[in-house]
Design a protein around this ligand. Structure first.
Ligand code: HEM
Length: 181
């Protein structure tokens, strides 16, 4: 948000349009806030927290798109690869929330959006996380504007890769809204 003031402003405008100045959004507001929803989807795609799914074993022989997967094979889904596949996502390394909005401005989530993994055994916390992402994003942006401090040249968006992808330490200014940001 600190590097994209225009995105930040559009989310803040959407919060105010839908909720007015006196309250912050609840999860039920998300359906009326397509741009904010699209930004969360795009952040989750571009810098997905999990790069690979958890390893699973095939419990029976299978053939998927001509590939033979014998029973007992270790199968790991390449979440990062699928969410950065240029055949699916135009300019996959660009931050472009509009890719999730159709011509009417409604949210459209392609099946290749899989930050919570793929198949029957996906993340158990998916629903909770979707709510939290929306609530945290809108409550922070409803109360603050974020800016890069003057002494910071740029941010390192590559993250730190461990069990999950976490942000590198960063400095940021959170300016309460209505205080002349
Ligand atoms: C944005 C936040 C989150 C993301 C992107 C995420 C993503 C994932 C992914 C990719 C997996 C691996 C699924 C697989 O391939 O087998 C997973 C598994 C899991 N996640 Fe999450 N997760 C998130 C938050 C949470 C939260 C908040 C909880 C708990 C409250 C949670 C609980 C679990 C559990 C229990 C599993 C293992 C499921 C199983 O194999 O039975 N996750 N998550």
């Amino acid at each position: 948000m600190a590097t994209k003031p225009e995105v930040q402003k559009r989310i803040q405008d959407e919060i105010e349009d839908v909720c007015g100045a006196d309250r912050l959004p609840s999860y039920a507001d998300q359906e009326n806030m397509p741009y904010t929803h699209a930004v969360i989807l795009e952040v989750s795609r571009l810098h997905s927290i999990a790069i690979l799914g958890v390893p699973h074993f095939a419990c029976q022989d299978a053939i998927i798109q001509g590939f033979r997967i014998p029973k007992g094979s270790l199968v790991i889904s390449n979440l990062w690869g699928i969410m950065h596949d240029p055949d699916v996502w135009k300019d996959p390394y660009e931050f472009r929330p509009e890719r999730f909005l159709d011509d009417e401005g409604a949210v459209n989530v392609p099946m290749e959006w899989i930050p919570f993994s793929i198949g029957r055994r996906v993340c158990l916390g998916e629903k909770l996380s979707k709510m939290e992402l929306f609530i945290f994003t809108t409550h922070l942006l409803g109360r603050f504007s974020f800016q890069k401090p003057d002494d910071v040249q740029s941010y390192d968006f590559r993250g730190r890769s461990g069990a999950v992808l976490t942000p590198a330490p960063f400095k940021i200014c959170a300016i309460p809204k209505g205080t002349g940001e």
